[in-house]
Design a protein around this ligand. Structure first.
Ligand SMILES: Cc1cc2nc3c(=O)[nH]c(=O)nc-3n(C[C@H](O)[C@H](O)[C@H](O)COP(=O)(O)O)c2cc1C
Length: 194
């Protein structure tokens, strides 16, 4: 078996899908245990917003404890990611409908968007773990756009509650390591829709 994870430098970008933060942190721990170096990045909203799912300060502390690194939380701090060759792969987990829309349109006004753009400079893979209530509505076209862009890959995702939230789709976070392995080989983990 190829050793994909040992010393792999994973940019781990978190955006404001607060209900999936616990799943994201659990995968962050898992990747760290596998030997990855995690470079944490947070969007302004993820970094600063307290919600019923937890306090921003507590999430920030946990992320810095897991990664042993300071979170990249400004556009200025995200800018060197590409030029300084800081990452082998960039994971956006969770990725909001908002951030997917921006990435699809090259609107780069958050630390996460610039982290992705800066990383993509060298043509390295980006892995998106979507989590949004409008995946099958307003965000659908943006997901389709990103799927057709070079160097973008998706963590397999599906409808999480088709009775109560008919347009909602969420990635299966447990598939993140497998999606990373495939993306490093330039391939999409299949089936992408689950
Ligand atoms: C409690 C709470 C939960 C949210 N969950 C989601 C979500 O799961 N998916 C999503 O796309 N947006 C969600 N949002 C909205 C985003 O946080 C909002 O669109 C924000 O502008 C995203 O910014 P970012 O993409 O830069 O992090 C949620 C907001 C709140 C307050």
């Amino acid at each position: 078996m190829r050793e994909y994870f040992d010393k792999l430098r994973v940019g781990f970008a978190i955006t404001g899908s607060f209900c999936t933060f616990e799943k994201a942190l659990s995968i962050m721990e898992n990747l760290k245990e596998r030997g990855c170096e995690i470079i944490p990045v947070m969007s302004y909203n993820a970094f600063t917003t307290d919600t019923r799912f937890g306090k921003a300060e507590e999430f920030r502390a946990r992320i810095e404890e897991i990664t042993k690194k300071k979170i990249i939380c400004t556009i200025a701090d995200a800018e060197p990611i590409g030029p300084a060759d800081m990452t082998d792969i960039m994971l956006v987990a969770p990725c909001t409908g908002n951030t997917m829309a921006k990435l699809a349109m090259s609107i780069i006004d958050t630390p996460v968007c610039l982290a992705v753009k800066s990383h993509l400079r060298a043509g390295k893979p980006v892995v998106i773990a979507p989590a949004t209530n409008d995946a099958l509505a307003g965000a659908y076209k943006n997901i389709a756009s990103l799927m057709n862009y070079k160097n973008y890959f998706f963590v397999p995702f599906g409808q999480d509650d088709y009775v109560k939230k008919q347009s909602s789709m969420v990635a299966d976070f447990s598939l993140i390591p497998a999606a990373i392995e495939m993306a490093l080989d330039g391939r999409q983990l299949q089936p992408v829709l689950i």
